[in-house]
Design a protein around this ligand. Structure first.
Ligand SMILES: [Zn+2]
Length: 150
């Protein structure tokens, strides 16, 4: 397991970095001389000054101290949602059954309600189901492009 994982954030062009060991969430806020800089996601709310820099070799360096609790609850929620999305992409299990399965897999209080992630699971499910071709050319192209048809 990699300690740091980078994900696309909710806002356009936003990148979120998760430290799965330290349990912090970071937001990318720029590049300086080949280094990628991230600041703590609590920067705006708590004025937290902690930061992370990924150097040219892909090594992460953490700076400063946080002035708040770890982001454990948010990371648990993220892990839960990602697991559901992956399940939707790779199986044909109904979305609500996936949610129930996730609740059993991640014991403790539910990190979110089904209603909150319903749309996310359905979107992941649609990503896996290829579009319906409208012409013979498109059909041929689809056959070529989707590994499971080969
Ligand atoms: Zn912080």
């Amino acid at each position: 397991m990699d300690r740091y994982i980078e994900l696309t954030g909710a806002r356009r062009n936003s990148i979120v970095l998760i430290d799965r060991v330290g349990q912090w969430i970071w937001h990318r806020n720029g590049f300086v001389a080949g280094n990628t800089r991230y600041r703590c996601s609590s920067y705006t709310e708590r004025r937290c000054r902690a930061s992370v820099v990924r150097d040219l070799h892909g090594i992460y360096h953490a700076y400063g101290h946080h002035n708040h609790e770890i982001h454990q609850a948010l990371i648990s929620r993220h892990t839960f949602v990602e697991w559901c999305r992956e399940r939707a992409r790779t199986t044909n299990i109904r979305p609500h059954a996936i949610y129930l399965e996730a609740l059993r897999r991640f014991p403790g209080p539910p990190p979110c309600q089904f209603q909150e992630i319903r749309a996310t699971i359905y979107r992941a499910r649609r990503e896996t189901n290829p579009r319906i071709p409208v012409s013979p050319e498109e059909f041929a192209e689809l056959i070529e492009s989707v590994p499971r048809y080969k």
